[in-house]
Structures are given as structure tokens and as C-alpha cells.
Design a protein around this ligand. Sequence first.
Ligand code: 18C
Length: 258
Amino acid sequence: ERIKSGTVVPVTPPPTCPSISHRLWPEIEKVVHQQVAWARLGLGDSGTGWQLFAEDGEMRMYRREEEVDGMVVDPLKAVHIVKGITGHEVCHYFFSPQYRYDWETTLEQMTVLETIADDTCLFLQTHKRIWPASQRDVIFWSHIRHLPNDQDRDGPDIWTVVNHSTEHKDYPANSGKCVRIFLTVCLLCQTRVNPPKEGTPITRDDISCKITYCSVVNPGGWAPASVLRALYKREYPKFLKRFTSYVTNQTKDKPIMF
Ligand code: 18C
């Protein structure tokens, strides 16, 4: 496909070495396991401790109010069900650098610092500044993974993307105009298929995707709690609605990617 003029094409360096021998690999394995387990727990049986702060159709967002040294680090858990798309598709568009400018509205600049493997990249991102606070940047590894369902034969497979902050010797934190934020994000998706009439192929009307999005962001420097919580309340629903609509639009005329 020809690239339209004016399209920003991110430069993605080729993989450096097999991911298993990469310095970050033990941490990636550990954090992915922890995050998947945490996301799969959902809200627990009674949702105890989680405060609903945004709701729109099938989407529900919950937070726990937490502070570390006076800084808001509220964990967030969101659940959404979207018809017509698969978990593989959702994770593909969330992970792949070439789509990020299309849906990430707070992004100013994204650089792929390293391609660790086809399923693992290291990103440096700067985000839009909110006056009068300092601009924020973040360095994180991002890993996409398919978890086949080997426990429950009727249960759906899982696709996940985990993003987790890390360091990079060439880009020390808080050395320029930006304050470094620290984050852990897990997007976890399960595809449900309504079996179509015998002999007819599965269409997008037969599928839906249950999405769980968990995040913890440390803003890095002090910002008033009320301002941060207002920002979360506005930006997280905006992100999840915009991103899922984007995936729906991107995939509607394409073959289903299971
Ligand atoms: O998970 C998401 N995106 C991934 C791919 O980009 C990845 C990165 C997440 C970075 C999130 C940090 C964004 C900082 C934004 C700064 C504020 C910009 C607001 C601009 C308004 C015009 O995992 C989806 C992420 C959805 C982000 C929701 C907003 C989260 C706010 C975090 C606040 C951090 C502190 C900002 C300090 C501001 C002080 C007033």
C-alpha cells in the first residue's frame, strides 16, 4: 500500500537479539505474569474497594484512591465490551507503533528506542503539556502476547499488551524540560464468538471483545490531587472510547483477525 504524503512513518530499528537473551527479559516475564493475573481478577466478587468514576454504555471505569509521598497514584481498572472486533485486533492496534499517533491524543512525540523482538519494543514518548505544570515524558517497554486457553476448553483465548516503565542510559529522567512519569499498563482482551448457524461463516456480528484495561501512573512530580483526578476522569474515558472506535473503524472492512 502506498503511504500518503504527510503521513508520519515511525522509524523502527530491527531486533537487536533474541528477546530471551535481552537484559530486560526476566523483568518482562515477571511483570507480564503479574499484570495478567491482576487484570484477570477483574473487580473481585463484590468490587470492594473500587470506586466507579465513569460509565458510558458497556464501559465502566473504577479507581482506588492512593497516594505515595503526597502524589496521586490511583490504580485504575476499566472494563468494556465492544462488538465486532477481536482481542487480537485490539492488542495489535494498541501495541503497533505505526498507529499510535492516530489514537493517542495526548501524545506529542513517540520514538521507538529499540525493537527487542517482533512482540517487544522500547518506547520514548513525550506528552502534551498542561499549563502551568511541566511537560511529561515516559520510557517504557511494551510487550504483546497471546495466551492460549489451556485450562478451560470453552473459555476464550487471551491477548494482552503490557507496558511498563524502564530506564535508558541515553535518556536519563528529569534531565531536560520534561518530568519523567512512571507507569504500568495492562490491556487484556477476551474474544467471545456466538456460534453462527451451521454451515455459515463467522461474521463480525457474531463476535465481541471483553476488554480489561488496568493502569497505575506515577506523575513523577507533584501536582494537585484534585487536578490529577479531574484529568484522569476526563482523559481515561476519552482514550478508551476513542481507541476502541478506532479499532472498529480500522477493521470493519477487513477479514477478522482471530
Ligand atoms: O495506555 C495508554 N497509552 C499507551 C500508549 O501511549 C501507554 C502510554 C501511556 C502514557 C500515559 C501518560 C500520559 C500523560 C499525559 C499528560 C497529560 C496530557 C493531557 C493533555 C490534555 C490536552 O500506556 C492510554 C493512556 C491514556 C492516558 C490517560 C491520561 C492519564 C493521565 C496521566 C497523568 C500523568 C501526569 C500528568 C501531570 C499533569 C499535571 C497537571
